[in-house]
Design a protein around this ligand. Structure first.
Ligand code: C2E
Ligand code: MG
Ligand code: MG
Ligand code: MG
Length: 284
């Protein structure tokens, strides 16, 4: 008897797998009500002009402060939201919050929001974004939507309609995590992108060197010829700032400048910046 029980315990589900499944199931169950319970919050990470050091955009990054599990990262719950379809409601809420925050900032500062493929393919997707802009009274030019190449694996028609509808109103699009997928130049040609974000694996970490430098240089050159901004993601050191600048990137993002911060701190960074711009008082 003992032998049989022992074997069945170790066969398919080991304790770690069971724990992971339970956690995933809990996340799935609790995500729907997390918005109503006010557990989700949007953080903002600045994207910096590498020439001037000024803030160009804030990227909205969602956080879940779970009462028992603590801070959950989007990498853990966004995939669950996608699988369950909750991403549509969640995504509309995120866009609305981000647009509201941006409406409080100086006009030269934009907000970037990440969109999942499923959000884009949902019926009325473009309308959800247009409504969020209208409710926040935000100029569409100040919203940028970040998508990854995973969007283009199928149903490009729906994607094209969505992107055309919004870009005709002034909303801009960025191709996120460039270099990690197919990195197809066809997407850049066929869809209205105004920005390419070079994935952080080319900027910092163990694989960075001469080769990644050359790749960034090539992408930056492409960007300047096509009149697109090139953002280097994941900048963690001053050396990396220098090397991506020399490679031709116009914008940078990463822990070297700032992590994602709550809205009141984002507003403080902007206030500080505008105070710095004021002419210094004449010395007595
Ligand atoms: P992403 O859009 O590529 O966002 C950048 C991620 O890199 C963020 O992680 C950011 O905190 C992190 N990061 C920024 N600078 C550095 C750096 O210097 N070093 C390192 N090691 N990391 C850096 P986060 O916030 O955990 O988000 C992870 C991913 O989750 C995002 O990747 C995005 O794909 C997704 N995500 C986040 N918020 C949303 C959202 O509101 N909606 C959707 N659909 N996806 C989201
Ligand atoms: Mg992004
Ligand atoms: Mg990215
Ligand atoms: Mg990334």
């Amino acid at each position: 008897h003992a032998k049989v029980a022992g074997r069945s315990q170790t066969s398919f589900f080991n304790p770690k797998m069971t724990r992971d499944l339970v956690r995933r199931r809990e996340i799935e169950d609790e995500l729907r009500s997390a918005i109503m319970r006010d557990e989700l919050s949007i953080y903002f990470q600045p994207i910096i002009h590498l020439d001037t050091g000024k803030i160009h955009t804030f990227e909205a990054l969602v956080r879940w402060f779970h009462p028992e599990k603590g801070e959950l990262r989007p990498d853990e719950f966004i995939p669950v939201a996608e699988e369950t379809g909750v991403i549509v409601t969640l995504g509309n809420w995120i866009t609305a919050q981000a647009a509201k925050a941006c409406a409080q900032w100086p006009e030269h500062v934009s907000v970037a929001v990440n969109l999942s493929p499923m959000q884009i393919r949902a019926p009325g997707a473009a309308l959800g974004i247009i409504n969020a802009l209208r409710e926040a009274n935000l100029d569409p030019h100040r919203l940028e939507l970040e998508v990854t190449e995973s969007l283009f694996v199928d149903d490009n028609h729906a994607t094209a309609v969505f992107m055309e509808e919004l870009s005709s109103r002034g909303v801009r699009f960025a191709l996120d995590d460039f270099g990690t997928g197919y990195s197809s130049l066809g997407y850049i040609n066929s869809f209205p992108f105004s920005k390419i974000k070079v994935d952080r694996s080319f900027v910092s970490g163990p694989n960075v060197g001469k080769k990644t430098d050359a790749i960034i240089r090539a992408v930056a050159k492409l960007g300047s010829q096509l009149d697109m901004d090139i953002v280097a993601e994941g900048i963690e050191t001053i050396d990396q700032v220098q090397s991506v600048r020399e490679a031709g990137c116009t914008l940078g993002q990463g822990y070297y400048f700032s992590r994602a911060v709550p809205d009141y701190l984002a507003a403080m960074l902007l206030t500080q910046e505008s105070d710095d711009d004021k002419p210094a008082r004449a010395q007595a």
